[in-house]
Write a protein that binds this ligand. Sequence first.
Ligand SMILES: *[C@@H]1O[C@H](CO)[C@@H](O)[C@H](O)[C@H]1NC(C)=O
Ligand SMILES: *[C@@H]1O[C@H](CO)[C@@H](O)[C@H](O)[C@H]1NC(C)=O
Length: 490
Amino acid sequence: MFYIHIFLLLLVQYSYGDVSQRVFPEGFKFGVATAAYQIEGAWNEDGKSENIWDHATHENPEWIDGKTNADVTCDSYHKFKEDVKLMKDLGVNFYRFSISWTRVLPDAVEGSKLNEKGVAYYNNLIDELIANGIEPYVTIFHWDTPQSLETHGGWLNDTIIDNYVYYARQLFISYGDRVKKWITFNEPQQICEQGYETAQKAPFLKLHGVGDYQCFHNVVRAHGKIYRIYDKEFRPVQGGEIGITADAVYAFPKTNSVSDQMAAEQFIEFYYGWFIHPIMIGNYPPIVIERVDELSKQEGRVTSRLPKFTEEEIDMIKGSSDFLGLNHYTTILATFGDPDSFPNPSHDRDCGVLTSRDPSWKPSAAPWLYEVPTGFYHLLLWIKEHYNNPRVIITETGWAGSGEELDDPDRVQYIRNYLSELLKAIYDDGCNVIGYTIWSLMDNFEWTYGYTNKFGLTYIDFEDPNRTRIPRTSYKVYQKIISTRRLISD
Ligand SMILES: *[C@@H]1O[C@H](CO)[C@@H](O)[C@H](O)[C@H]1NC(C)=O
Ligand SMILES: *[C@@H]1O[C@H](CO)[C@@H](O)[C@H](O)[C@H]1NC(C)=O
């Protein structure tokens, strides 16, 4: 491992000289990302109803670092014009933001009434973006399930599919004349696993090895259904594109052994293929079906914990993404673990892989995030090889700091190193990556980490009633990368 790392290091060093001469391809787009609950605030203003994060942070503040919440957060509900100005100065081509379901449809269910003021907020934001030459990329659902649906099981209850489809349809009707890039869901894995399996995120349910599969089965069917509706009813008139964003952690084998290589592949199939295989190839990955079915049998269950698609559903879901949205931050080392080392049952046990980090990897302020640029490169190759080189948009990537610093060399280095690997994947290997998005435009409410993990190109003092946005060094570096379209050093 040690020698491999020296070798990789040399390779990386060597390639930088080369890469900095490279120009991002024509048509390649740069953006920044946020999400409604994390930045908007105004949690109960102008008719908005409660979502699962409002509910959890109010009912159980002790689950969140510093007992904080996003009642106000960046106050973007009132300050969106400042946000747009920041982005205009930054020079981004697009802004990826999400729409709050409970703001536009407070009653959330199929057939319920639109909230005019909520609808107007996004109309104003979209118009302001377009007036400033910034393309809106809209995430339809970014983790903020209406609480009124959660009380009926949320994503565990398949009646949510038609409610989601109704909600998404209202967005196409209201905004589709101007929005040409739609993302149906952000990070289904985190919604389902952290929300319904490990209880690490809202709605904080611990249904190991069962809840996550049920949730995802509904998410991916809702995705397929709304894709077909957009394709048939809206695309002919509106001419936009619609896809999904999944997050992927890359896995290197812990050693060069065949067993560790298999573990790394199995890890990626269980944590990424699980979501993307049904969309790109059809049905769940064979290894996932085989293992969950077998373990379910060993547990004495009559039916598998992994739900089954009908043939019609497989056809509906297969090919249902015009582009692949990819959120990628980090990499792990993989080796097979003793089944007893995992909760039984659990998605981790079904996968059977123990993860660790190489001591040479640089940690960020977020406990899960280490800088591993070569993992990004290898992930892009993995996607190219497994899914026939699809169009990929990097819909999130970024670095967590913890302090109030305006000078952020670690974030700058992370961005430069990851972009360097991205250029390599495009030019040396022909990976079809068409855009790149930094999480995030500004510091914001980082779910259960509250305000302790700072991902912003822009600093915000959350004690300041004004929530003044102050650009960091990384903002200026990204500005220069975008304007020169290359990674020239300062
Ligand atoms: C699923 O949701 C419906 C309402 O949409 C509700 O009537 C039903 O009881 C829910 N099922 C479960 C198991 O919660
Ligand atoms: C608050 O922000 C406004 C502009 O957004 C600015 O004019 C004002 O000086 C700020 N106040 C403080 C105390 O920072």
